[in-house]
Design a protein around this ligand. Structure first.
Ligand code: PLP
Length: 386
């Protein structure tokens, strides 16, 4: 096809590939339990849907300011200031179609050949993909089970060089469900400040936490000058298909990210954006109920996995993923992903879908009903017993 060479460096998110394979099997009449895709199975709360429908009728059907409507950015920054105890303004916010463009734009804006970016591995696959695409060097920071999937700070510090321009952190973390402690974040902040490094803080799961409080790296002195905080509506309000996310960043950076948005898609959907105001200012019972239900499922799936011989699973403090260790089963992660789908009718992801250090694990999304999780666990146990 004579593509630009940079295309050979672009990776992908295999969750969508496994989903497509699972759908193809379903078309052939096979029954598949979906534990592969990371999206809440709940409906978007009715008050939020109504706000978008009202906005459509009110004529929010045109282009709008590239960084987002001022009143929407006000609502976002009020939420961020309240939850992260900051004092930023709407000028710090850029609204995007889903949170993913923030990742793409920030990495492309900061990294080029000769630069290094440290990212969590296993981690959301788009980090590594876009760093490679940018021409910079992707430097993996292994998140290991023995460290509760947190940062090994000494090792992290040893990875920092004069070329390090960006550190990506994701807490609560996909795929492990791990969180970075306040002390770990403080140390990362100190290193970033001392070495003049940008931080991309992916906090998309900040509200999906079980009995602990979310800690943001932005709380540490000077960090709002060098952090792009990524968050959005997808996971918290079951709005993955609405494509609503945002970045909170220094004003100068917001100008550049806006310019990238103009080059790419002009602006975020007008009527769906209006629903952000209702999401943040309206009643919060529905998202709270979702987290309570996730907590029930978390216990169920972790207990169920630990009851299967040769599988062990730590209790994840956040997000909605279990990341069991499957090394003792004798299967590789990739083979097990494939066999469970083809032979047992359970769609899960290999830990290696999140990078080489995910080897020996599977990721199971528990954004599915307890009934379905129960069937999936039985099928996994039966398959492994054969
Ligand atoms: N960051 C992480 C860690 C994620 O897991 C996801 C989605 O799976 C995103 C960002 C992207 O969110 P959005 O769907 O809003 O683009």
């Amino acid at each position: 096809m004579n593509l630009a060479t940079r295309m050979s460096r672009l990776g992908t998110e295999t969750a969508f590939e496994v989903l497509a394979k699972a759908k193809a099997l379903e078309k052939q009449g096979k029954h598949v339990i979906h534990l592969e895709i990371g999206e809440p199975d709940f409906d978007t709360p009715g008050n939020i849907i109504k706000a978008a429908v009202d906005a459509l009728h009110q004529g929010f059907t045109h282009y709008n300011p590239a960084p987002g409507f001022p009143e929407v950015r006000e609502a976002i920054i009020a939420e961020i200031n309240k939850t992260r105890k900051l004092n930023l303004t709407a000028d710090n916010v850029v609204v995007t179609p889903g949170a993913k463009p923030i990742m793409f734009f920030v990495i492309m804006a900061l990294i080029e050949k000769g630069d290094e970016a440290i990212y969590p591995n296993p981690g959301f696959p788009i980090y590594e993909s876009v760093i490679n695409f940018s021409g910079g060097k992707a430097v993996p920071l292994p998140l290991l089970e023995e460290n509760d999937f947190g940062f090994d700070l000494d090792y992290f510090e040893s990875l920092v060089t004069d070329k390090t321009k960006l550190i990506i952190i994701n807490s609560p973390h996909n795929p492990t469900g791990g969180v970075l402690t306040k002390e770990q974040l403080q140390r990362i902040a100190e290193i970033a400040t001392k070495r003049g490094i940008w931080v991309l803080a992916d906090e998309i799961y900040s509200r999906t936490l079980y009995n602990i409080k979310h800690e943001s790296i932005t709380q540490f002195s000077g960090m709002t000058d060098r952090t792009i905080l990524l968050d959005g509506l997808s996971k918290t309000y079951a709005m993955t298909g609405w494509r609503l996310g945002y970045g909170v960043m220094p004003v100068e950076m917001a100008k550049w990210i806006t310019q990238m948005a103009i080059n790419c898609y002009s602006c975020t959907n007008a009527f769906s954006q209006q629903a952000i105001i209702e999401a943040y200012q309206g009643p919060q019972e529905e998202p709270e109920k979702m987290v309570a239900e996730f907590a029930r499922r978390r216990q169920f799936i972790v207990d169920g996995l630990n009851a299967i011989p040769n599988i062990s699973c730590k209790m994840p403090p956040g997000a909605f993923y279990a990341f069991p260790n499957i090394r003792k089963t004798g299967h590789t992660s990739r083979d097990l992903e494939n066999d469970l789908l083809q032979q047992a009718g359970v769609a899960v992801l290999s830990g290696t879908a999140f990078g080489e250090y995910g080897d020996g694990h599977l990721r199971l999304s528990y954004a599915n009903s307890i009934d379905n999780i129960k069937i999936a666990l039985e099928r996994i146990a039966d398959y492994l017993q054969k």
